[in-house]
Write a protein that binds this ligand. Structure first.
Ligand SMILES: *[C@@H]1O[C@H](CO)[C@@H](O)[C@H](O)[C@H]1NC(C)=O
Ligand SMILES: *[C@@H]1O[C@H](CO)[C@@H](O)[C@H](O)[C@H]1NC(C)=O
Ligand SMILES: *[C@@H]1O[C@H](CO)[C@@H](O)[C@H](O)[C@H]1NC(C)=O
Ligand SMILES: *[C@@H]1O[C@H](CO)[C@@H](O)[C@H](O)[C@H]1NC(C)=O
Ligand SMILES: *[C@@H]1O[C@H](CO)[C@@H](O)[C@H](O)[C@H]1NC(C)=O
Length: 276
């Protein structure tokens, strides 16, 4: 009898557990919901590409392994990839994006998204791919981005980002693609990013070009580059003038010497010549 009793209790527990799991799957994750709702609000979608990003869908963005929402990919009932590229999106990136805590890949490239990259991205602990290239993002690159320790790809090219490249990004051991070309970045490229050592993948100048005030390896030094043009002009002008002066004085000295020699010769001649 007690054995039978225990069995039925276990059955009840199992039933309750599976019911709870099913309920969770059906209702969706509240963090992912908050993430999508807020992102939809911060983005403008004039071409209506996100027409099915509507309220009823947000309540369960991941039904099973896939999502019915455009650009959303799920894994185990959580969003792991957001890819909204080339959709003429405007507006800004909501800081509540950080509520998509399982996100591994964020690609919002080739839109017209403006504003800053929210520093809250630092809370996406699993983020491996960040592609925000070809937008109108401004402000600084947050040093906290380096807290996303799994970052493989940081592609921020063709934006309006300013300020310095945070040296903390050089600490990202998994980073294999880094592109901040064509922005408004300034200052020195952090040496631990420009000159990575060991087996870490290196980044060449194409990762950094198109930032007028950015300098340091692997770019040519801005200052010496600025100087070299001046130097070439200076050396050209200077040497021209110098050679003129030198040859002029040379001629003068030669003239003086020959004059004196002639005078001396004349003198000698006049000395050696007997007076008639
Ligand atoms: C949502 O839109 C995308 C692309 O526009 C489409 O592939 C997808 O099937 C749509 N989903 C639903 C549920 O309408
Ligand atoms: C971007 O979208 C436009 C129109 O929707 C299309 O003509 C163009 O080929 C797309 N570009 C890329 C790189 O996919
Ligand atoms: C969402 O993100 C915000 C800001 O990072 C945070 O304060 C909040 O607790 C998160 N969770 C939910 C469910 O909104
Ligand atoms: C980022 O997105 C752009 C445009 O969609 C693409 O051309 C580029 O290859 C992507 N970057 C990486 C590192 O995959
Ligand atoms: C820079 O490296 C990339 C691959 O990471 C390569 O495709 C490109 O040709 C290189 N550019 C230069 C200027 O060396």
């Amino acid at each position: 009898m007690p054995a039978n009793h225990r069995f039925s209790r276990r059955l009840l527990l199992l039933f309750l557990l599976s019911f709870e799991t099913a309920r969770r799957l059906a209702s969706g994750d509240s963090n992912d919901e908050a993430c999508l709702t807020n992102l939809r609000q911060s983005l403008e979608d004039p071409a209506n590409n996100l027409h099915n990003w509507t309220k009823p869908f947000f309540t369960n963005p991941c039904s099973g392994f896939s999502s019915h929402l455009h650009g959303v990919t799920c894994n185990n009932g959580r969003i792991y990839k957001l890819s909204l590229t080339n959709l003429s999106l405007r507006g800004s990136i909501s800081p509540f994006l950080s509520n998509c805590t399982n996100l591994q890949s964020l690609d919002l490239s080739s839109n017209q998204i403006s504003g800053e990259i929210p520093s809250e991205i630092q809370f996406l602990a699993n983020l491996a791919v960040l592609n925000l290239s070809s937008n109108r993002l401004s402000g600084q690159i947050s040093p906290q981005l380096a807290l996303c320790a799994y970052l493989n790809v940081i592609d921020l090219h063709d934006n309006r980002l300013s300020g310095q490249i945070p040296q903390q990004l050089g600490l990202l051991a998994r980073l294999s693609t880094f592109d901040v070309s064509n922005n408004k970045l300034s200052g020195q490229i952090p040496p631990n990013l420009g000159m990575r050592n060991g087996n870490l993948p290196r980044f060449n100048s194409s990762s950094f070009v198109g930032n007028k005030k950015l300098f340091g390896y692997p770019l040519e030094e801005m200052k010496s580059k600025g100087l070299s043009v001046m130097a070439i002009v200076g050396i050209g002008l200077g040497s021209g003038i110098a050679s003129l002066v030198i040859s002029f004085t040379g001629v003068c000295i030669w003239l003086k010497i020959t004059e004196r020699k002639m005078e001396e010769e004349e003198g000698k001649i006049s000395h050696s010549m007997p007076d008639y």
